[in-house]
Design a protein around this ligand. Structure first.
Ligand SMILES: Cc1cc2nc3c(=O)[nH]c(=O)nc-3n(C[C@H](O)[C@H](O)[C@H](O)COP(=O)(O)O)c2cc1C
Length: 215
């Protein structure tokens, strides 16, 4: 089987986007809650998202601007309040998450619109979503304007809320079956995370021994 060589210098931004979202999968979803300067609660999902550092604990969001290059409500609110909360989406909440992705006007409380409960933040003014199994309260660490179309927002986690059946406070390990997190595929696709397996990383000596045994 041959590979198609796709020159990213020649693709349109839309084509590049389609190649990336179709193949860099599944992507975790940050269900971001923010508050406007007027106190309106906002929620929206972002799958250009991951954890990039544990020391300090840093998360990254990739936010696209609107077609007129103005900010989405999430990016605007983070810029104005310097904080946000990332809620993890599980299977039970995938449909309510999708409601919060609709393009509501800034004055609409999207948690209320989706029938979700806002639990007060402890270290940030943004509420977390009470129905989400995990929430990370973040303070804005850095905003990188990669182009006039997109911004990468880094947040430093200052507090986590983890549902009690998910985490073992003795070991800090999480139970993935209880978490039942959902990831984003391309288009309108989603994937579950329960089809997982363990694969310990071998030592270099083990790899060399296996190669020798096969030779
Ligand atoms: C699962 C999912 C993932 C999404 N990921 C992103 C993303 O990574 N970046 C982005 O700019 N928009 C993303 N969107 C679209 C935004 O959620 C959508 O534009 C939303 O209306 C923005 O809301 P806001 O203006 O309240 O921030 C995603 C939508 C869905 C349903």
């Amino acid at each position: 089987m041959t590979h198609h060589a796709l020159n990213f210098d020649e693709l349109t931004p839309r084509e590049a986007y389609k190649v990336m979202i179709g193949t860099i999968v599944p992507r975790p979803i940050a269900w971001v809650t923010t508050v406007s300067p007027d106190g309106v609660v906002n929620a929206a999902p972002y799958s250009f998202f991951n954890c990039l550092s544990a020391d300090p604990p840093i998360l990254a969001l990739g936010v696209e601007n609107k077609p007129d290059r103005s900010f989405k409500d999430t990016a605007y609110n983070i810029r104005m309040t310097e904080c946000f909360t990332v809620n993890i989406v599980d299977r039970a909440n995938v449909e309510t998450m999708s409601v919060t992705a609709a393009g509501f006007e800034p004055e609409v409380d999207e948690l209320e619109m989706a029938g979700l409960t806002a639990a007060p933040g402890e270290k940030v003014i943004c509420p977390r979503i009470a129905e989400a199994p995990v929430a990370f309260e973040c303070k804005r660490y850095l905003g990188i304007e990669v182009s006039s179309a997109r911004e990468i927002i880094l947040g430093r986690i200052v507090m986590a809320h983890v549902r009690e059946d998910v985490i073992d406070l003795g070991t800090y390990y999480s139970d993935h079956a209880k978490l039942d997190a959902i990831g984003r595929m391309g288009g309108n696709g989603y994937a579950g995370t329960l089809d997982y397996f363990d694969l310990p990383t071998p030592s270099a000596a083990e790899v060399l021994a296996q190669r020798k045994a096969r030779a």
